[in-house]
Design a protein around this ligand. Structure first.
Ligand code: SAM
Length: 261
């Protein structure tokens, strides 16, 4: 059955507040799943399965699919997957979901609710994921891919430091019901295990977010209240603005900060 038919049959009005723009293009859903290179028996988390367009491909690939959906009204539509042993669903807020239930080395494949993109990416980055394929708003995707000197945020730096990030495909707004205001992109994040082993991502997250506290201010201004002894950074040019630094510069600054605390 088509997505529009499900919505009609169950008289479901999609909610903007939950970012409910459902993907209708099956070719795109298939490409998203293929880009994650899902293998039989692998655990795959899907945040917000909606009417199950992506879910269906994940189940067919033989993955152990763990879906987390906040909207219980979708139960009658998603119940069609209950016959599959490799499908489990939790009706709850993903931001409160216990990631330990997924074990280690799981993949994430999701078309996420855009209003909580940052919080979702944070939760994934802080977990034991191996690869994440996420559809995000195009502007957010561009910022996550931005190079030094371009429009970067602290999330850009953390994501690029701890994962290899690549653009998988562009998805125009006409491929959703209802169509959102903006186009989307699908991004693939691959965990850099060597960096995870060497650095504490939670500490790095806090440090870089302080460096970016006011994007247009210099590092010196941003770090003043946070770092007690700014002499530690004597070899760095603190007059630079955070967007100008490379990911390596941030790692060097972070190492200095750790050594100096
Ligand atoms: N995956 C479906 C698709 O591609 O058609 C739906 C994607 S839609 C952009 C986002 C989905 O996330 C919706 O099903 C929505 O109900 C769900 N959602 C929104 N907030 C959520 C949250 N905090 N936790 C879990 N699911 C959430």
């Amino acid at each position: 059955m088509k997505i529009a038919d499900y919505l009609r049959q169950y008289k479901l009005n999609l909610k903007k507040s939950l970012g409910q723009n459902f993907l209708t293009n099956l070719e795109i859903a298939k490409k998203i799943v293929e880009s994650a290179n899902v293998q039989t028996g692998e655990t795959v988390l899907e945040i917000g399965p909606g009417a199950g367009t992506i879910t269906e491909f994940l189940i067919k690939k033989g993955a152990n699919v763990v879906a987390v959906e906040i909207d219980k009204r979708l139960t009658p539509i998603l119940d069609r997957f209950n016959e599959f042993e490799n499908f489990k669903i939790y009706y709850q807020d993903f931001l409160k979901f216990d990631m330990k239930l997924l074990g280690e080395n799981f993949k994430v494949v999701s078309n996420i609710p855009y209003s909580i993109t940052g919080m979702i990416i944070k939760k994934i980055l802080f977990s034991k994921f191996s690869t994440a394929v996420l559809m995000v708003q195009k502007e957010v995707g561009d910022r996550l891919l931005a190079k030094p000197g371009e429009d970067r945020s602290f999330l850009t730096v953390v994501v690029q430091t701890f994962t290899d990030i690549e653009k998988v495909l562009h998805v125009s707004k006409g491929n959703f019901v209802p169509p959102p205001q903006v186009d989307s992109v699908v991004l693939k994040f691959t965990r850099k295990e060597n960096i995870y082993e060497k650095y504490n991502i939670e500490e790095f997250w806090t440090f870089v977010s302080k460096c970016f506290e006011k994007k247009r201010k210099t590092l010196l201004n941003n770090l003043k209240g946070f770092v007690k002894n700014l002499d530690c950074f004597s070899e760095f040019d603190l007059k630079l603005r955070p967007q100008q630094l490379s990911n390596d510069d941030f790692l060097k600054l972070f190492e200095k900060y750790k050594g100096c605390k």
